[in-house]
Design a protein around this ligand. Sequence first.
Ligand SMILES: Cc1cc2nc3c(=O)[nH]c(=O)nc-3n(C[C@H](O)[C@H](O)[C@H](O)COP(=O)(O)O)c2cc1C
Length: 328
Amino acid sequence: MAGVSVQAFRRQGRRFGAGLVCSEMVSCAGLEHRNERTLGYLRIASDEHPLAVQIFGSNSATMAEAARMVEAAGADLVDINFGCPVKKVTKTGAGATLLDDPARATAIVRTVVDAVSVPVTVKMRRGLENGARTCLDLGPRLVDAGAASLTLHPRSARQMYTGEADHSLTAELVELVDVPVVASGDITSRARAETVLATTGAAAVMVGRAAQGNPWAIREIVGDSDAEPSRVEVAAELLLFVRETARELGEQRATSFLKKFYGWYLGRGRFPRQFKQELTQLQTLGEVEERLCAAVPGAAFVLARLERQNAPAAEVELDLPISIYGGG
Ligand SMILES: Cc1cc2nc3c(=O)[nH]c(=O)nc-3n(C[C@H](O)[C@H](O)[C@H](O)COP(=O)(O)O)c2cc1C
């Protein structure tokens, strides 16, 4: 998830039981131009595997070059984005726009498959307009072009995140292709995951928003534990997330990036609303840490244990500018 699936989020997902994690979407044009921030998306830690890195773009050759860089960075899968509904992306002919451009979409998949030796997968929406069934026409063609797996988020691009994901389309897609289909959309609990798997025949489910500030949802979905986390656990996980994100993005970028996560972690009735608001108004991450530790005695102790157990893993050394490794 763009703006969410930073390395700290992915490592946390793995720790709580996710079988596969995915990067934020990475612009192939940004990689082509060696944009420093874009290159930063290719930092992969050794404890993230298996990891998919997702690329987006509309030009086959540029996508192929991006895929080669992704493979060289150590990704286990290259995923292609044919689902992003955001205007900034669709107006360039990338993301969901490609659902209505099957010739170009299949050419991109074929070229990327030829460029790398890791599996190439595709993530799609159902189509551009409400009620569209484009994914059922395009999906088999993408498999013919070499896609090793398809993930379907069965909402239209127009819907953005409103309404419900219509997994009857996922079931139809499963019938049409002989590669694993992954169901994405509204998977929020083990019960929901079981229903979607049973009714669609999908090979796996993908968890998005339910895991934001809530890795315990993953633990519940994989069947490890349905215990609600204590306040101490929540605060300690948030503190670890703050520290890891600061290391990854640098203090300045992390400060604004993290604000939305305070609500996600501390909401769900776990902490008073006023406390979340207070955290978002603090100027530095040091102050956020102090405030959290003061409000939740015991959090610092649990944090120390988490840090011992989750020491930063080795990262693949890339030939990238030094500042990328310096956090920002
Ligand atoms: C903030 C945000 C960013 C997202 N970014 C991406 C992205 O970069 N690539 C992608 O394939 N899907 C992206 N998605 C869509 C999710 O992967 C997923 O398909 C969708 O949110 C439905 O699943 P959910 O109900 O589990 O969240 C994003 C969703 C959200 C909410």
